[in-house]
Design a binder for this molecule. Structure first.
Ligand code: PEP
Ligand code: MN
Length: 253
């Protein structure tokens, strides 16, 4: 059995259920977020993803809307019964994030940013720790222990694919990390089929595999118009594709 990470009164991760977290890679503006959340909440989605601080490989590409995004989260949470997961990259942003974000995401590039891990470890905010793109499972578990050692047990792991010689997919989604994490730890584990494959057409098969292997859920990128997305459009589902994903996931019940 996993430990149960409580997000709010109704929402728990690790209790044996399978949660679908969905939303855009980046939050682009308020209207874009409202359109997406309006759709997703009608589909029953209770936990919305969306980056405002974006760790981009190319310094010239869109870096996220930054702190302005906190206000968008505030409004979304006032108007819809949803919780928010979003990445924090800088320990100096942790305190402000407490009031607006329900789960702090630590991205793959920051998995071993020990000052960030410790800063979040000193809060009791739920935290989703993504696996580094070249991290072994052991290094990943040790990174989680840095958070836990500071006193925060509310840790969820997220497998988002690792880098190998293969270039067909953006990363290799290491699905064996699900039974391994379940055997070695009691952390809940979420699969990210979007970054894990980098290809829209592989998101449904990857998600189905995650559910069959008893992951605690998936986190998937969804955009009203993926061709126009400011980041990760090629791995984002449009609304129709998301409905198809939901249908396929529910069939496995
Ligand atoms: C993301 O979730 O948008 C993201 C940047 O993911 P990762 O840290 O896994 O690359
Ligand atoms: Mn992304």
């Amino acid at each position: 059995m996993s430990r149960i990470v409580k997000i709010n009164k109704e929402l728990k991760i690790g209790d044996g259920g399978f949660i679908t977290i969905a939303g855009p890679c980046s939050i682009e503006n308020l209207d874009h977020m409202i359109e997406t959340v309006e759709f997703l909440s009608k589909q029953g989605i209770k936990l919305i993803r969306g980056g405002i601080f974006k760790p981009r490989t190319d310094p010239d590409s869109f870096q996220g809307i930054g702190e302005e995004g906190f206000k968008i989260f505030k409004q979304i949470k006032a108007d819809y019964a949803v919780s928010i997961i979003s990445e924090i990259m800088d320990p100096r942003d942790v305190e402000e994030a407490m009031d607006y974000i329900d789960i702090i995401q630590i991205g793959a590039r920051n998995m071993q940013n020990y000052s960030l891990l410790k800063e979040i470890g000193r809060t009791n905010k739920p935290v989703m720790l993504k696996r580094g793109m070249s991290a072994t499972i052991n290094e990943w578990i040790n990174a989680a222990r840095y958070i836990e050692k500071e006193g925060n047990p509310n840790i969820i792991l997220c497998e988002r694919g690792i880098r190998t010689f293969e270039t067909y997919t953006r990363n290799i989604l290491d699905l064996m990390s699900i039974p391994i994490i379940k055997n070695e730890t009691d952390y809940p584990i979420i699969i990210d089929p979007s970054h894990g494959t980098g290809r829209r057409e592989l998101i449904i098969p990857a998600s189905k595999a995650a559910k069959i292997l008893d992951a605690d859920g998936i986190m998937v990128e969804v955009h009203p118009n993926p061709e126009k997305a400011l980041s990760d459009g090629e791995q984002s589902l449009d609304f129709k594709e998301f409905q198809e994903l939901n249908k396929e996931i529910n069939k496995l019940d």
